[in-house]
Design a protein around this ligand. Sequence first.
Ligand SMILES: [Zn+2]
Ligand SMILES: [Zn+2]
Ligand SMILES: [Zn+2]
Length: 160
Amino acid sequence: VDPSPILETIAASGLRVTGPRRTVAVLVASQDGHFTAADLVAEAAARRLRVGRATIFRTLDALAAVGAVERIDLPSGEHAYVLCRPDDHHHHVVCASCGRTREVDDGRMADVLAEIERLTGYRIDSHRIELYGTCPVCRRRATRRTRRVGHTGQAAGTAS
Ligand SMILES: [Zn+2]
Ligand SMILES: [Zn+2]
Ligand SMILES: [Zn+2]
C-alpha cells in the first residue's frame, strides 16, 4: 500500500519527513482496518525494520496530531488508530469483530447539533463520533453460521 498520502500530510503540516517517520508511514499504510501501536511494533520486528518502539509511539502521536491517523477507543477499552485524511470532516464506522473501517460523512448531523445547541444553550464548536458495529462481511459470516446450526435452540427441561 502506498504511504505517500501520509507523507504528504506530514509535509503539508510543516513536519520533516524523516527516515523513521517514513518507516512508520509504510507500516501504517499496510494495516488493514484499525491497528494498535503494539501491532506496528510487532510488524516492524517481523519485517526487521530498524525503528524502535518509542519512535513508533511518538510518530503515531505526531500522525494523530496532523490528522493522518485518528485515535479511536475500541469497545474493549483498547486504544487503536485508523488511517485518516485531515482534509474533510468525516467519521469512521468500525467493525468490532474484524476491525474493518469505513469513512462516513456527517449526513444530517448538522440538524442534530442545532437541536443540541437549542436544548442546552451551548454553541457546539466541534464533535467526535465513533461508530462500532458489525461489517457486512462479518454479518454474512454470522448468518451462515446461524443457518448451519439450524433449529437446536429449544429450551430443555421446561418443567410444568
Ligand atoms: Zn478518517
Ligand atoms: Zn467485520
Ligand atoms: Zn461530524
